[in-house]
Design a protein. Structure first.
Length: 86
């Protein structure tokens, strides 16, 4: 499994199964969609970090169709971006 680092902004999230989400990021290399496993659980360490509008440092693992988020660090929070997308 190959992992890589990326910097980007979380743009959109879609629920997947019971505890997972598909997150869309805008990175310097383009649009990336990745699965965040277990993010919808109460004790998840990723839950607040992967909200749309946050500027993030990511570590992702390549998958067949979607990548998987393994590490997230917040660089900048933009709460106004969640309410006013324009």
């Amino acid at each position: 499994m190959k992992s890589y680092k990326a910097q980007g902004i979380a743009v959109r999230s879609v629920k997947l199964r019971e505890a997972d989400k598909i997150i869309t990021f805008l990175t310097t290399g383009g649009k990336v969609q990745a699965i965040a496993k277990g993010v919808r659980r109460i004790n998840s360490r990723f839950s607040g970090r992967l909200e749309p509008g946050n500027d993030l440092d990511l570590v992702l693992v390549k998958g067949r169709s979607l990548d998987t988020v393994t590490q997230v660090q917040i660089k900048k929070v933009r709460p106004w971006l969640r309410t006013d997308l324009e």
